[in-house]
Design a protein around this ligand. Structure first.
Ligand code: GLA
Length: 708
């Protein structure tokens, strides 16, 4: 983040100097939706709320360029000047997110096309093809105008490329997409021979004899070619990344010192964009996150996403670009947040490395599709519970300024997360359609939290492409879990084997190690990529129907069950069986195995989806075996999460009570001298911390590396 230099504000006071530590606080600001008389009120109330940054211009293309040949920057000039005069920094959008009606009337060929051949018409937003050269020409001309015009504006703190790239248009099946897909495939495979091999086109008479025959996986008579589908997912992520790079290049050329971001959507089932791959293209990772009210594990999902965002950012600080103060408008049923939830959710993001907490949006719209979406300033006005919470929280964040710039502390459990596996594992024509990649990864994360332990969600990509040697991204993890890591290229399998042979504990989950980078089966028995390391071999899968469970016996809590999938595993002589199936497709067959490796490491396999209690117990066992102990007393585990950030000299401990009841956390002597930084209703005593329902306490202590 680049903060504006100190200057005298409209009211005669001095703004903070650029190098003053602060946490960003603000929202999307859409002044174009309001008469200018309202803006002065906005400034007054933003200052009252402690807002120090807003995102501006996101959906304003149609106003900035009312016709192909006319531009109107007057209102935006006035808005930026006004914000600056009030000490509010600007994250300026390139305004390309939603093309104006004149563009799509003039060039309907920029409109995306669905898998079934329907055109996505204007009337919503993001109605553009990522690969359209025509769209790109117009959009980049706008970016150039924006960059040139505001390059020297002192309020300009950051560039915000487009908005939520791919939110609605990641999969486009148009002719532009077809042609760009062919170019992408030529670059990937070099020859049709190689493409035919990778796609396995000997099957069903799919052999291609010219590039022009290749299409995106449009509606087909039956299961389209899986590698074609997987490559189209890869291509679609890359196509948007390529667009991102084109905008970025203009901004870098015109304003080389202004940081560039684009808001990711690391949340829920949003999977189209491989953000671990995109992160290297921008200067600062930012993320939008919304809770799904129907999700019983909404808190865990938030924590998971915040952690993953931090890992994508390399554990450096990132920017929470959007979340909501209260209800959203786009779920089937939308609910207001409960008291304290705005604070709890915001501080959970902060605990995982966010250095800015922003919302969609500043002032609730009166018209348009999002008029029922909450905002910092709701329809009810400043005299509202939400605005009071917003203002209180703004003051609280100002008191947390010293946390800014600190990094999230590496956990000792790493959970691998991989977009290729997400895409490939959920394709059709598999042993089961019921397994969900994100659900599996979440289950392991939740089990770590239930044991009072923090886990990191580590992009599998970083294992191969991070700085240093292959596998070095795994340094420091005592346990690495690979949930449903279906697609495993040989170099990744090797890096994971090196990790385990070097003394780590690799835990391989259900439906892992099955296919290579082309989505071809690793032959010889499952899980091919890990068979030797695990010392096991399966010949068949046993899919279980929805609601069907198999009983498990062994070192698990009584009554433990598995669901969704089983494997008929046989084990080698040096493999210990920890649990077996008591019934189901493979009675008596090993369900959980573990093998000690010569280098002191270990490789374990969990061949079904364990129920929650069983998975919690299993994660407890492997953590204990690895010498990990929770810093939280047993009675609060699963209710309280402890997440830690650290600066060069301090550790910041976020105790987050995500349960609906007050809890008291007994502190250990090993916790050292904890001082309070922000209690927010909690009580810190010499040997305990009492948190109200949904309460979060931020404590601080000097950093010492030796502490467990
Ligand atoms: C996204 C968009 C915003 C707004 C919010 C509503 O995050 O970026 O423009 O539509 O959703 O939740």
């Amino acid at each position: 983040m680049r903060w504006p230099a100190a200057h005298t504000l409209a009211d005669g006071s001095e703004s903070l100097p650029a190098d003053a530590a602060r946490i960003g606080y603000g929202a999307d600001y859409n002044p174009e939706q309001w008469p200018e008389e309202v803006w002065a009120d906005d400034m007054r109330l933003m200052r009252e709320a402690g807002v120090n940054i807003v995102s501006l211009g996101i959906f304003s293309w149609a106003l900035l360029q009312p016709t192909p040949d006319t531009w109107d920057f007057g209102w935006l000039d006035r808005a930026i000047d006004l914000l600056h005069a009030n000490g509010i920094a600007v994250d300026l959008a390139t305004a390309t997110a939603s093309p104006p009606p004149w563009l799509t009337e003039l060039h309907p060929e920029v409109l995306p096309v669905t898998r079934t051949g329907e055109t996505i018409w204007p009337g919503g937003r993001q109605q553009w093809r990522p690969t359209s050269p025509v769209f790109r020409r117009y959009a980049l001309a706008l970016v150039e105008q924006m960059a040139e015009r505001y390059a020297d504006h002192p309020a300009l703190s950051m560039w915000h490329i487009s908005n939520e790239l791919g939110c609605h248009n990641v999969y486009d099946f148009s002719d532009d997409a077809a042609s760009a897909f062919r170019t992408w495939l030529e670059a990937r495979y070099g020859s049709l021979v190689e493409l035919n091999r990778a796609w396995g086109t000997a099957f069903w008479s799919q052999n291609y004899s010219a590039w022009s025959q290749i299409l995106p996986p449009r509606l087909a008579a039956t299961h389209p070619n899986p590698t074609q589908q997987l490559d189209f997912a890869r291509f679609s992520s890359d196509a948007l990344k390529d667009y991102l790079i084109d905008e970025r290049e203009i901004l870098r050329r015109v304003t080389p010192t202004v940081p560039i971001t684009t808001n990711f959507m690391v949340m829920g089932e949003t999977r189209g964009m491989d953000y671990a791959d995109w992160a290297g293209e921008i200067d600062l990772v930012s993320n939008d996150h919304y809770l799904l009210v129907a999700d019983p594990q909404a808190f865990e999902e938030l924590s998971f996403s915040a952690n993953l965002t931090g890992q994508i950012a390399g554990r450096a600080p990132w920017f929470l670009m959007e979340h909501s103060t209260s209800a959203v408008n786009w779920q089937p049923v939308n609910q207001a947040k409960s008291p304290g939830q705005l604070r709890r959710d915001s501080l959970t993001h902060l605990a995982h490395g966010a250095d800015a907490i922003c919302f969609f949006q500043w002032r609730a719209s009166l018209a348009g599709a999002e008029k029922f979406h909450s905002a910092m300033l709701p329809h009810a006005g400043p005299d509202s519970t939400v605005f009071q919470s917003v203002t209180r929280f703004g003051a609280e964040l100002a008191g947390l300024a010293e946390v800014a710039g600190s990094r999230t502390k590496q956990a000792r459990i790493g959970i691998l997360f991989d977009w290729d596996s997400w895409w490939a594992a959920e394709l059709d024509s598999h042993p089961t359609e019921l397994l969900r990649y994100k659900t599996e990864a979440m289950a392991w994360y939740t089990a770590a939290l239930a044991n009072g332990l923090q886990a990191d969600i580590v992009p599998a990509r970083s294992v191969l492409s991070g700085p240093g040697l292959a596998g070095s991204a795994l340094n420091g993890y005592d346990v690495v879990i690979a949930p449903m890591l279906y697609l495993v290229p040989i170099p990744l399998a090797d890096a994971l084997a090196d990790y385990a042979q070097g003394g780590g504990h690799l835990v391989v989950g259900v439906f892992s190690g099955i296919a290579d980078a082309d989505d071809h089966i690793h032959p010889g028995g499952y899980p091919g990529a890990f068979r030797e390391l695990l010392g096991i071999r399966a010949q068949e899968f046993g899919g279980l129907l929805a609601g069907q469970t198999v009983a498990l016996t062994g070192e698990l809590p009584a009554g433990s069950t598995g669901s969704l999938l089983t494997h008929d595993v046989t084990v080698g002589p040096d493999v210990e069986v920890l649990a077996r199936f008591a019934d189901g497709p493979f009675p008596g067959v090993p369900a959980i195995t573990t093998r000690e490796l010569p280098g002191g490491g270990r490789a374990s396999f969990v061949g079904t989806v364990l129920d929650r209690a069983a998975l919690t117990a299993f994660v407890g066992r492997i953590s204990a075996d690895a010498g990990l102990s929770s810093p939280l007393p047993e009675d609060v585990r699963g209710s309280v999460q402890l997440a830690v950030r650290q600066s060069d000299t301090e550790e910041y401990l976020f105790y987050i009570n995500h349960s609906a009841r007050a809890v008291t956390v007994a502190l250990r002597p090993a916790d050292g001298a904890l001082a309070s930084l922000d209690l927010g209703g909690s009580t810190l005593a010499a040997d305990s911390l009492t948190l109200p329902a949904t309460g979060v306490a931020v404590l601080r202590r000097p950093r010492t590396e030796a502490r467990p």
